[in-house]
Design a protein around this ligand. Structure first.
Ligand code: ZN
Length: 254
């Protein structure tokens, strides 16, 4: 089993100050976007999924939860600054030690992703566009079962320049009807952890009901599942050099 934790800021679904957006979002995600994502991932019998939200103690991300998480999925939009940097640092530490991290849609400037990538994640945007998602890496595990391209009738335009470090792989590039293009699926590694950013998932659009988007999310969790997990970050100073160890054991055996 792969243990997945879906994190949602869970703000706009309850936002009294913007009732129109709240109602639109509730229409698409009746139990919150985290429950939509959980239902998608639970279609895969190898995934064991829990949800946590920002209103929980320690934003739902206690050491116990993170120690028990193979892949953390992050959806956020309006409350990035309400996640303490301490929590972003904690997520960063777990990723460096092997935990997978998947940042969705408006998580592009979220604190954990900024901490991991070291860039702002800024981009251009416009709501209510048409989107064609091109598969630019057909050999990648994340694109297994995904055709050359697929289309989303309504999705938010995200455009370049997207302020990210050069990805290990650009898995998808999206084209929007305004002519903009965007690196909409990107991978990185940091330490022992694998990171995937995926653009579709605007709060009032139905992208998470698209079968290809659903497949990509499940593929991404499998890809990001740790191949190795370490207890703590060790720095390979000279005293642990393999050559020194070899010389010592030679001496001891004399
Ligand atoms: Zn959006």
């Amino acid at each position: 089993m792969i243990k997945v934790t879906v994190w949602n800021e869970f703000v706009q679904e309850n936002d009294e100050s913007w009732p129109e957006r709240r109602d639109q979002m509730r229409e698409v995600h009746p139990n919150g976007i985290h429950e939509t994502l959980k239902a998608i991932l639970e279609e895969d019998e190898e995934l064991q999924v829990r949800t946590v939200t920002m209103d929980m103690p320690e934003c739902g991300l206690t050491q116990d939860v993170l120690n028990d998480t193979d892949v953390l999925v992050w959806w956020a939009h309006v409350a990035h600054d309400r996640v303490p940097w301490e929590i972003a640092e904690r997520v960063n530490d777990h990723v460096l030690r092997g935990m997978g991290f998947i940042a969705l849609h408006s998580a592009h400037p979220s604190r954990p992703l900024q901490r991991l990538l070291g860039t702002s994640g800024s981009l251009k945007w416009r709501e209510g566009d048409f989107c064609r998602v091109w598969n630019t890496c057909p050999t990648h595990p994340i694109t297994e079962g995904i055709p050359e391209y697929f289309e989303l009738e309504e999705e938010e335009m995200y455009g370049e320049f997207f302020d990210i470090p050069k990805p290990d792989d650009v898995v998808f590039i999206s084209w929007f009807s305004g002519g903009e293009v965007f690196r909409s699926g990107c991978t990185w590694t940091r330490g022992y952890g694998k990171i995937f950013y995926f653009q579709p998932g605007h709060e009032t659009n139905r992208s998470y009901y698209n079968p290809y988007v659903r497949k990509i999310l499940k593929n991404a969790v499998h890809w990001a599942n740790p191949t190795k997990r370490i207890e703590k970050i060790e720095f390979p100073f000279a005293e642990v050099s393999p050559e020194k160890k070899r010389m010592e054991s030679k001496k001891n055996n004399q």
